[in-house]
Design a protein around this ligand. Structure first.
Ligand code: ATP
Ligand code: IP8
Length: 263
């Protein structure tokens, strides 16, 4: 049994890759973020378990988009191509993690999760077992089997699923924006940052917020899914992966440049 509270960190595809340049990794950003995770685990690993999830960015979304526009669904060849692309991204991230001393172990969701009528089921015993052995599960947005064939599972959905099943106290969404705003700051330059709020206070303006060009839903989903699952007593932190040291600060305090949303 895992005795520690768990922190789930989702490294967004928008920050670890250049989203509009096919399969381009931001190597310096990845190295910095993994370094901060590794420092956190060295300093606080006795008190907290850590699950790291990464998004698809320009390794996942363009492959899925191409499949959908060509065939209208994810067929077997698309499934293989997307899985291969995500495994390539995961391989690189894992290498940086292991080299920096983070005891990361890859868990492809397609090997422990299944979707049925849009409802997710994952065999979380694998995760909790690794956590109890003080390892750091490293998982990601992926393509998974479903009753309809194959479907995309967002890393955001997986983060919330894990939060609904294990003893998670915080989810940290690391993205290319420095917090949650009252509208998309990339579209509206006068958008206002929400520094601290309860989820119920932000749902109204988020319904008008853009869900981005991705195949999996953008900022809206990050906030809504926890509410839809009825997850309580959890803090969500939204922060930029481009501000040096902010991931470490957010993991260890509330004193960082992003937003905190309570559930
Ligand atoms: P991926 O899904 O590839 O892992 P990600 O998790 O890094 O990506 P997105 O899902 O693209 O990030 O969500 C971040 C984006 O959400 C930002 O780039 C921003 O433009 C957009 N966005 C939309 N509405 C808002 C909002 N109200 N506040 C902040 N960002 C918002
Ligand atoms: O970037 C999507 O995961 P996300 C994964 O976390 C694929 O939404 C395969 C596009």
């Amino acid at each position: 049994m895992e005795r520690r509270k768990i922190k789930v960190v989702k490294l967004g595809g928008s920050v670890i890759t250049v989203k509009d340049a096919y399969r381009s990794l931001r190597v310096d950003v990845v190295r910095e973020l993994i370094g901060e995770l590794s420092s956190f685990y060295r300093d606080y690993g006795e008190r907290y378990g850590l699950v790291v999830i990464h998004g698809g960015g320009s390794f996942g979304h363009p492959v899925v988009k191409e499949c959908i526009s060509r065939y209208g669904a994810i067929y077997r060849d698309c499934y293989t191509a997307t899985a291969d692309s995500m495994d390539t991204l995961n391989y690189v991230i894992r290498k940086y993690a292991v080299v920096s001393g983070l005891p990361a172990v890859s868990l492809p969701p397609r090997s422990f999760c299944f979707l049925h009528s849009g409802r997710l089921t994952c065999f979380t015993k694998t995760l909790s077992d690794l956590l109890s052995k003080e390892l750091v599960p490293l998982t990601y947005g992926d393509v998974v089997s479903s009753d309809r064939g194959f479907e995309v599972l967002s890393g955001d959905t997986l983060a919330w699923y894990i939060a609904s099943k294990l003893d998670v106290d915080e989810i940290l969404f690391v993205t290319d924006v420095d917090g949650l705003y009252n509208s998309d700051p990339k579209v509206n330059p006068s958008a206002r940052k929400i520094v601290r709020a309860h989820v119920d206070e932000v749902l109204g303006f988020l319904s008008q917020s853009s869900s981005n060009v991705d195949t999996t839903g953008g900022m809206k989903r990050k906030i809504y899914e926890g509410k839809a699952l009825g997850v309580k007593n959890i803090k969500v932190k939204i922060l930029s992966g481009f501000i040096k040291g902010d991931l470490y600060r957010a993991l260890t305090s509330n004193n960082f440049a992003g937003s905190v949303v309570w559930y």
